[in-house]
Design a protein around this ligand. Structure first.
Ligand SMILES: [Zn+2]
Length: 423
């Protein structure tokens, strides 16, 4: 893989100078390489990312591949070559990592999907689409609205009725949307069909959302991590750790320096395997993770990297007064504990300035404000300026995903990395 990339693919031409050579161990060679960024992909797409001789027009004409654009801002959005056959194989392989879903017959199971249609499914913001117009083969898309704050009670009741009628073995969900549906289900004492497993994906699931989902569903809730670029990379096992999908990708972990939360905290670079239409090497997915400290898992699976948690995206990082990075997961640990909060959003407006917005059904909010302020000062420092305001609801970002934390000041992740990893 690495040799083909270095020898035959344009985008890696400058990387050859970093290669210590084929007589060195493969891990050493990978570690010496830079990372592949979305910018590289944009600038070299498509032929500069493929081995010479591979004809993308023929692949498209044959129907083996199609082009897909990932959602996001202009800075973030890229076009990828989508290879369905490889994607399905990557997903099937990831299922081995959790016995709740590994028991299902892959490719024959009924699956309901609760996602933002900007990410997958059918968009219809004005008229409601009947169920048969939201079906494809064994899939049912429960939601056709791009803005879930417009969901009516009737629409959410329809989702509950459709789950009962469709009886999916797997419910794949964007956690912010599923939590919203679950608040409706629990608040109204509605009974709902329990699928064999709930797989959350597309977004980081907050502990608050997880609790809300648990109020409506007793099904196992399994976190699946992957990207359009890399396929399925990590899957949560029955013991709550995340295991690498080793047959389909290599993962290079780059730890942060100790003063920035390392060495268990770091970023990942992913190299997907065996997709002849995708030759990404050390692709920077923009996600941060925490390694399982023992390197082992009670479930007994021991191949590849084992994570204790996903930590959110680089874009979710904020910074303390002292300059330490704070991951979405760390923010979530304290904010999800606040009683009487249904949603939250934290923006770091400037150095030392934090704006927390909360949605809460409580009438008397004074105690909540004091507690939230105390929690944030506990993370960011006693001199942090914290403002707390209340909203009635939060719409998702233009990407279709919910925003939970973000800094408006630039944050240089490169400077956090141990040993000044090359760009
Ligand atoms: Zn495990």
């Amino acid at each position: 893989m690495l040799d083909t990339a270095l020898e035959r693919i344009d985008v890696y031409r400058s990387w050859k100078a970093c290669d210590p050579g084929p007589d060195h161990p493969i891990d050493v060679r990978y570690a010496a390489m830079p990372s592949l960024t979305k910018r590289d992909i944009r600038e070299h797409f498509p032929q500069g990312l493929l081995p010479s001789g591979l004809d993308i027009d023929r692949g498209l004409a044959d129907g083996h591949i199609e082009l897909v654009s990932t959602s996001g801002t202009t800075d973030d959005s890229i076009t990828n070559i989508w290879n369905q056959e490889w994607w399905d194989a990557s997903e099937r392989s990831s299922w081995k990592l959790n016995s709740h879903i590994n028991n299902l017959v892959y490719g024959e199971h009924r699956e309901a999907i609760l996602a933002n249609p900007r990410n997958t499914g059918f968009i219809s913001d004005d008229a409601d689409l009947p169920m048969d117009e939201r079906r494809t083969s064994r899939f049912l898309y429960l939601n056709e609205k791009t803005d879930p704050t417009t969901w009516s009670e009737e629409l959410m009741n329809r989702m509950v009725r459709e789950l009962e009628a469709f009886r999916p073995e797997v419910l794949e969900a964007n956690p912010s949307l599923l939590a919203r549906l679950c608040r409706h289900i629990a608040d109204n004492g509605i009974s709902v069909f329990q699928p064999g497993a709930i797989v959350t994906t597309y977004e980081y699931m907050t502990k608050l959302e997880c609790r809300q989902i648990r109020r409506a569903f007793g099904s196992p809730v399994i976190s699946s991590y992957g990207t359009t670029e890399t396929g399925y990379v990590f899957m949560e096992c029955e013991a709550g750790r995340l295991h690498q999908n080793t047959d389909f990708c290599r993962v290079d972990f780059q730890p942060f320096k100790a003063e920035y939360g390392g060495p268990l905290l770091g970023r990942i670079l992913v190299t997907p395997f065996d997709n002849k239409w995708c030759w990404y090497v050390r692709f920077d997915t923009g996600d941060l993770v925490r390694l399982e400290p023992s390197g082992r898992c009670p479930c007994g699976r021991n191949s590849g990297i084992i994570l204790s948690s996903l930590q959110g995206r680089k874009a979710n990082l904020t910074q303390t007064l002292a300059g330490r990075p704070v991951t979405l997961c760390e923010v979530d640990d304290v904010l999800s504990r606040l009683e009487g909060v249904t949603q939250y959003k934290l923006i770091q407006a400037d150095h030392g300035e934090y704006e927390l917005r909360l949605v809460s059904p409580l009438r008397e909010k004074k105690h909540l404000v004091a507690e939230a302020r105390r929690a944030l000062k506990g993370i960011y420092g006693p001199d942090a300026t914290v403002s707390i305001d209340f909203d009635t609801d939060f719409a998702p970002e233009e990407s279709g995903k919910s925003l939970i934390s973000r800094a408006l000041i630039p944050i240089d992740v490169q400077s956090y990395l141990e040993q000044g990893q090359p760009l």
